[in-house]
Each structure stands twice: as C-alpha cells, then as structure tokens.
Ligand binder design. Structure first.
Ligand SMILES: Cc1ncc(COP(=O)(O)O)c(C=O)c1O
Length: 375
C-alpha cells in the first residue's frame, strides 16, 4: 500500500531526539527551531516526560470515558493553577482541530445560534466547522462549505459590530497570534472591544491558543497580555509535547449536560500523564520565563541582520520577514547548517517555534548561520 501523498517532504529521517536536537538515520544532529510545528514545548525526550508516560502505560494506558479517571481531575486542577483561568471547566480531546470543532459546537449549543465570525488569514484546523472558519479555500471541501462563516479583516471592529448586530452569530473565533497566517496580532484595544461586543450580543468569544498557548509567548496564554477572558479557549500542540492531546477551557457560565460533547480517546490516561508532566516541567524549569528571556535575546540579535523587513510575533512564536522568498534559505539552513525552521503563508517569512527549553547558545548558532547566508 502506498501513502496518500499529501505532504511535501524534506529528505531527512529523524530517528531520535534530545531536548532541542533531533538526530537522523545517519546520526546527523539538527537544531530544532521548529519544534515539530510548535509541538515540542519541554524539549524532546525529557526524562520526566518519558518516565510519566512509561509508568502510566505499565499501569493503565487507556480506558473509556465511562469510568472515573482521577488523572483528568488532577490535570484540570493543575491547568487552572498554572494558567490562572479560575473556575473554567476542561473538556479533553485529541487535536487542535477537534478542540476548535468542539468549541464552535458548544458555542452553538449554548447560544442556539448558527453563524461563525472568523478572520482573514486565520487557521483553525481541518475538520467540519474548524476548516470552514479557516481562511484557505483550497482546504474547504463542498461538504464543509455549507457552514455559515463570515470572514473579516483581522482588526475590523466596524465590520464585527455590523455582523453581530444583524446576524445569528454563535461565536467569534480568533487566533490570538496567527500561526501559519504569518504571526499577525490584533491590538489590545481590538481584543477588548471584541470581548465587550460578544458579551453585548450574547455571542461567545473563542480564543484559539492551539499554537500560542502553553507558555509559548511567556504568558501561559497569549490573550492574557490583552486583559480579556474568552468564553472558550482551545488548546493542543505544546500541551502533550508530541503526545496527541487537545482540549477546551470553558467559562463557568457555560453549563454542561450529559452527552453534550464526547470522544472515545479524549482525556485518556496516557494523554493526561503526558500533559501533567508537561505542566510540571514548565513550572519546575520556569520555562515561561525562559521563553520571555530567550525571546528578548533573539530580538536583540536581529538588530544587524541584513535583508530583514520585519520581526513578527512574540515570545518563542517569532517570525523573520525578509525582502525575498525564503524557501531556498530554509533548505540551506537544514542541509548546510542542520537547523530546522518553519515557513508560513507569507513566502518571505521564516517561523521560529523552538522548544521552550532553548538557550542563548542555540540562538547564536542560528544567527551565525543566517549571517553567513545573507551577507
Ligand atoms: C492556531 C491553530 N489552530 C488549530 C490547529 C489545528 O491543530 P491540529 O493540526 O492539531 O488539528 C493548528 C495547527 O497548526 C493551529 O496552528
């Protein structure tokens, strides 16, 4: 059987990894500034993470959501502590798309409304409503296109007001910092106005923190800088450090009922053990502070970089926008300098999404390689 050929692949075959390094089948070491697409938060093969998952699988890897699972409660408590999202409720699932799908569905249940407002350049996943709320016509199949979604420019408050006033809108969904769209972010004023408008029109505000959450920006969630409390917060990626897990944090005003949401695998014992160990390590190693500190160092290093047009993003969710397309440069970084970076919709933008354990010496290596290629 052949693989369904949907991914253009680099010719690298990783077989092992440790902290910020990945090793291929020829034992070549690569510096991972991509974090497997913002997934590796506490570093590859962290000993506490390995031990947590191994011990759990020896005891019980999986049982269904029909029994008591104290690990879920422990995880909810720990998440509340570390994120500061007091009294929110947790629903666990398996991926970012599934998190947003459940967020949108819950918003519709709660408000009994049908329409979604999303933003241009946004990405929320590839399932039914999540993909319909994603601004990429190429990945929206006819079956998805029947969802009712309005796209606004990122930051268009007037448009938002107009749509909320006259339309049957259950949710406004917003990536706090756009990932694949190119690290754009709205202003605090805009975010706060959206939050007020949503309250006024009884529409739920969903913050998609799938990529920007779990400490990546130096705050637990990126929206926290803007002083808002979304109704639903979607999480995944860094949450499991590679173990497939996602979830939504749900404001206490939204009531649950049996059967409203559900999943077979979501919140299984292994996923909980993985996520709990991620939270422990983020806390014990002060990784949110490290994300802030290394981000400052990175920004300092960009000062004398040639051909740079703009620096985007914050924390360890950063972008370097050049005045030329970067696809060849990314290949050179991989094959000549052994450094993984990320791309974006914007062909001139390199994305930097490293593990939160990254240190200054790794940033130095990256800038040395870049300067070598750009001068
Ligand atoms: C902001 C955002 N939301 C949702 C998703 C979808 O997550 P997943 O690929 O786990 O379904 C992604 C994935 O890149 C993302 O970046």
């Amino acid at each position: 059987m052949s693989l369904f050929n949907v991914y253009p692949l680099y010719d690298v075959t990783p077989v092992s990894a440790k902290d910020v390094y990945v090793y291929d089948d020829k034992d070549i070491e690569y510096l991972d500034l991509y974090g497997g697409h913002a997934v590796i938060s506490i570093g590859h093969s962290h000993p506490k993470y390995i031990s947590a998952i191994s011990c759990q699988v020896e005891k019980l890897g999986f049982y269904s959501n029909a029994i008591q699972n104290p690990l879920q409660t422990q995880l909810a408590d720990k998440l509340e502590d570390l994120s500061g999202c007091k009294d929110y409720q947790l629903f666990l699932c398996n991926s970012g798309a599934e998190a947003n799908e459940n967020a949108l569905k819950l918003a519709s249940f709660h408000t009994q409304k049908k329409k979604i407002i999303a933003f241009k350049n946004g990405f929320h996943g590839r399932t039914s409503a999540a993909v319909a709320a994603t601004d990429n016509a190429k990945i929206i199949a006819p079956i998805n296109a029947q969802q009712r979604v309005e796209f606004l420019e990122f930051g268009d408050l007037e448009g938002l007001n107009r749509l909320l006033e006259y339309d049957d809108v259950c949710a406004v969904i917003i990536e706090t910092i756009q990932g694949i769209g190119g690290l754009n972010e709205v202003t605090t004023d805009f975010f706060q106005s959206v939050s007020k408008l949503c309250k006024h029109y009884e529409t739920l505000l969903i913050a998609d923190e799938v990529q920007s959450g779990f400490g990546r920006t130096g705050d637990f969630f990126a929206f926290q800088k803007h002083g808002v409390m979304p109704d639903i917060i979607s999480i995944a990626k860094g949450m499991g450090n590679g173990f497939p897990v996602g979830g939504i944090l749900i404001h206490p005003s939204i009531k649950s009922s049996f059967g409203l949401l559900g999943t077979t695998f979501g919140g299984n014992h292994l996923a909980c053990a993985a996520t709990l160990s991620v939270l422990d390590v983020i806390q014990d190693q002060n990784l949110m502070q490290n994300a802030s500190d290394i981000s400052d160092y990175f920004l300092e290093k960009t000062k004398d970089l040639p051909k740079l047009k703009a620096i985007k993003g914050r924390g360890l969710m950063l972008g370097l926008e050049f005045d030329f397309p970067i696809s060849e440069l990314r290949k050179t970084l991989i094959f000549k300098h052994q450094i993984f970076t990320g791309g974006a919709k914007n062909p001139n933008l390199i994305r930097i999404l490293p593990p939160l354990t990254i240190q200054k010496k790794h940033i130095d290596s990256f800038f040395e390689a870049l300067k070598n290629e750009l001068s």
